[in-house]
Design a protein around this ligand. Structure first.
Ligand code: SAM
Length: 440
């Protein structure tokens, strides 16, 4: 790991320096050195020389052991650099596509390097880091047109754009090439939404109409006049008192195989159009649920993985989806309603597991899909004690996954398999699925 600079003066924000970037670092940046100090550079690529603008790290405002910078001009391009797929994104543009200027196969090679480095650094020993490879989602050819959920920001003048990179400014945007066609076709950036609108969420589900949520603290849903461009679109208003469906019921429908899931318009669902189906298949195969098994689906959302487990466990089994959001839990109860032996419970996963274990519960198999912060030491310890056979860990943040896998190894488990899939093309994010088994 790069050593901190002896002098921890904060970055002189705004100053331009010339940097040659070397290896990738977690978070989508590339490592360069300036007068012995490590600088993490955004918007660059491996083995590339750039003029970069120093930025202040808000988390280290008073002192900075490392500096941060963003590339503003390329002097000697990386062989991985290509014309960006989204010219409006990147330094001085909008966020959400930080690797749009890197060739797609190179993005996956770089993400693989980062993943392997994180596993090595966390001292994961039971799975060879070199076997961890980031693969494309099957059927994804160009990494475009995948995002089914997009948030637009609206400025004080009513212009629809997107937030800038590392900034709250609203930048104009024409279209989002990463969004699915149903979202692009609505062309919301050319709309002037009602006065007081602060943001627009647009959701293109796999089943049923597109939904638009018009967000603004003081918006009055009763006063909303819907423009022709929103004909056929479900519309809700989210103001300071909550979500108010104007057309539709505030939910969308997502089809996975033959099954339909009801999801709140503002609730979590996997963003890539291929993700839910792919992850549901991989998790079902990795969990290997047998009839009569007891299974927990932790951080279960609206019951995506619990549904597959419940089908395999049958009426003799017991499957519980545990979810922190009350609305998502209610929808999981609805989505799992026809599956005997399946139910959804609301609560913090760590607290719920602690209580379940205290009352004697011992699941055979557990799937967990936490947010970026990961499961953490306490939940991993509890699961490693209580789970009989297998834990499948779905993760959108490889650094916390690596940390939690190392904790499981220390508790006597081994990483039997690890797959990483590029479910966020043209960004540095990846999705991983790890299988943990008891060593004895
Ligand atoms: C990455 S999503 C996964 C959802 C689901 N597995 C899916 O694929 O649709 C994480 C979920 O965990 C929930 N969550 C976050 N923190 C939680 C906590 N401490 N306890 C329980 N649920 C939590 C979120 O509300 C969200 O639904």
């Amino acid at each position: 790991m790069a050593a901190p600079h002896a002098d921890d003066a904060p970055a002189p924000a705004g100053r331009m320096i010339t940097l040659t970037c070397d290896r990738p670092a977690a978070g989508g940046t590339f490592v360069a050195r300036h007068e012995g100090r490590v600088v993490f550079v955004r918007g660059s690529a491996p083995a590339e020389t750039v003029i970069a603008r120093l930025v202040e790290d808000p988390q280290e405002a008073a002192k900075a052991r490392f500096w941060r910078a963003e590339a503003v001009e390329v002097l000697e391009p990386s062989t991985d650099r290509v014309p960006t797929v989204w010219p409006e994104a990147g330094t001085d543009g909008v966020g959400g596509a930080d690797w749009a200027h890197i060739a797609l196969p190179a993005q996956r090679r770089i993400a693989t390097e980062v993943l392997q480095e994180l596993l090595s650094r966390a001292k994961v020993t039971t799975f060879p880091p070199e076997d961890a490879q980031v693969e494309p989602a099957p059927g994804d050819r160009d990494g475009l047109g995948w995002r089914t959920r997009v948030r637009y920001a609206v400025d004080a003048a009513g212009r629809v754009g997107m937030r800038g990179w590392r900034s709250h400014d609203v930048r104009p945007v024409g279209s989002d090439p990463l969004a699915v066609r149903a979202i692009s076709e609505l062309d919301l950036p050319s709309w002037t939404p009602p006065r007081g609108t602060e943001a627009l969420d647009v959701i293109a589900p796999s089943d049923g109409p597109v939904a638009v949520v018009i967000i603004g603290r003081d918006l009055d849903p009763a006063a909303l006049e819907l423009p022709a461009r929103l004909d056929g679109v479900d519309v809700s208003v989210q103001n300071s008192s909550g979500l108010h469906p104007v057309r539709g019921d505030g939910t969308v429908r997502e089809k996975v195989g033959e099954r339909s899931f009801v999801v709140a318009q503002t609730g979590f669902w996997q963003s890539h159009r291929l993700a839910a189906e792919l992850l549901a298949e991989v998790v079902a195969a990795d969990l290997g649920v047998r009839e009569g098994d007891t299974v927990w689906d932790l951080y279960g959302g609206v019951g995506l993985f619990a549904a597959g487990a419940a089908r395999a466990a049958g009426a003799a089994g017991s499957v519980v989806s545990v979810e922190g959001g009350t609305r998502a839990t209610a929808l999981a109860t609805r989505n799992l309603g026809d599956l005997p032996g399946a139910r959804a419970e609301n609560g913090d996963c760590t607290q719920w597991v602690k209580r379940a274990i205290t009352s004697g519960a011992r699941p055979n198999r557990v799937v967990l899909d936490p947010p970026r912060a990961g499961a953490g030491a306490e939940l991993m310890r509890l699961l490693c004690e209580a789970v009989g056979e297998r834990i499948v860990y779905v993760s959108c943040e490889p650094s916390t996954l690596a940390r939690d896998l190392a904790a499981a190894e220390a508790a006597g488990w081994r990483v039997a398999d690890l797959r990483a899939v590029d479910l966020f093309p043209h960004t540095h994010h990846i999705e991983s699925i790890a299988v943990l088994e008891r060593t004895a």
